[in-house]
Design a protein around this ligand. Structure first.
Ligand SMILES: *Cc1c(COP(=O)(O)O)cnc(C)c1O
Length: 362
């Protein structure tokens, strides 16, 4: 299976910096030490800084992919006494819905057409209806729709709702201010804009979330945030974590901090997205989403199957773009802008698309 010589434009795992990659080649150090605790406390403080969380927020690092963070949030902060409102605009929204079902949390879902943004009128019928919590994937990565968090935050503040935000593909790619939005749980994953290998879910928790965790019985020992938070006080985890990935996250967070912080990282990602979007205007692709994140451009090809384009680009040009699944397999593919990519990489992709166009394939 090829890896090294491919250019990766997917939405995760994405390309890592040289510094992050070199840690992957090192021996895994023993971790019940002062040194590792120090690194974990540094990780916590940088995540809080980049999420713009209040000082009294806490961070948990769960060994698992982003979905483990979604399920951990539900199992530790919600009960059958809650009444949840969930946005379902694609496969990640559907995952929240399935988790609420599985864990028997009463809910209503706001189902959006694929590619469509959330509008005020979608929320109006749910004002003052006794809801207690709101769940949203800030960026529904499957369709590339980036929701209006201002609208959601105002709705939640008015209705006093506990707010769980899956920021898995948007953290470090688009602005997010946890304190201002009064979000209670922010979830991200190591293999998206953190640009590390998959294996760690990061959860930033507001004081309100922490008090919910303290009063909720989690029916899973491994994902019990009470244990995670107790251990995190001294920079540790209850179980052996993905040690190397936590070290890679540390290098990456410091890299961002030293290069102008989260704003500069968002700007860098935005510039790549703009560069790509400006160069595809002559190609037979339509932008699929009403409201874009900097993390990805979802495209509907008007002259060929999206999946066939994905295969061609992979097999004949040594690049990965991101295919879609389910009933969007042939109609949508996505091009990511997160990870260690440059404008030069996009030039190669554009020239491959142009080549396919000249050959009459698209
Ligand atoms: C990638 C992603 C996830 C989690 O996926 P994993 O494969 O479990 O890491 C969840 N939500 C969103 C919005 C994502 O982009």
């Amino acid at each position: 299976m090829k890896s090294k010589e491919m250019i990766n434009f997917t939405v995760g795992p994405v390309q890592s910096s040289e510094a992050v990659r070199s840690i992957g080649a090192e021996q895994v150090p023993y971790f019940r030490t002062q040194e590792f605790s120090q690194l974990m406390l540094e990780n916590e403080s940088l995540i809080k800084k980049f999420a713009k969380a209040t000082d009294d927020s806490r961070v948990a690092f769960i060994t698992g992919s982003g979905s483990a963070g979604m399920e951990t949030a539900i199992m530790n902060t919600l009960t059958s006494k809650d009444k949840a409102l969930v946005i379902n605009g694609g496969s990640f929204g559907a995952r929240f819905v399935e988790l609420l079902d599985l864990h028997e949390i009463p809910y209503s879902e706001i189902k959006l057409e694929p590619g469509k943004s959330l509008k005020k009128e979608h929320l109006t019928p749910y004002e003052g209806q006794g809801y207690t919590t709101f769940l949203v994937n800030k960026h529904e990565t499957s369709t590339g729709v980036h929701y209006d968090m201002q609208l959601i935050s105002e709705f939640c503040k008015r209705n006093n709702l506990f707010l769980i935000v899956d920021c898995i593909s948007t953290f470090l790619a688009d602005p997010f201010n946890m304190a201002e939005l009064a979000a209670d749980v922010m979830i991200t994953g190591s293999q998206k804009a953190l640009a590390c290998p998959p294996g760690i879910a990061v959860m930033c928790l507001s004081p309100n979330a922490i008090s919910r965790i303290e009063s909720t019985k989690c029916k899973c020992q491994y994902l019990d945030l009470k244990l995670a938070l107790k251990n995190a006080e001294r920079g540790q985890t209850p179980w052996t974590p993905a040690v190397s990935i936590l070290r890679q996250i540390n290098v990456r967070l410091k890299e961002i901090d030293n290069n102008g912080g989260v704003e500069a990282e968002i700007e860098r990602t935005k510039n790549l997205a703009d560069y790509f979007r400006n160069k595809i205007k002559e190609l037979p692709f339509e932008i699929y989403s009403e409201s874009l994140s900097n993390a990805v451009t979802p495209l509907h090809p008007t002259t060929a199957s999206a999946y066939d384009i994905f295969l061609k680009i992979k097999d004949e040009y040594d690049m990965w773009i991101c295919p879609n699944g389910g009933n969007m397999k042939d109609t949508v593919f996505r091009v990511g802008h997160i990870g260690a990519l440059t404008t030069n990489d996009y030039d190669k992709l554009i020239s491959a698309f142009n080549d396919l166009k000249n050959k009459g394939f698209i």
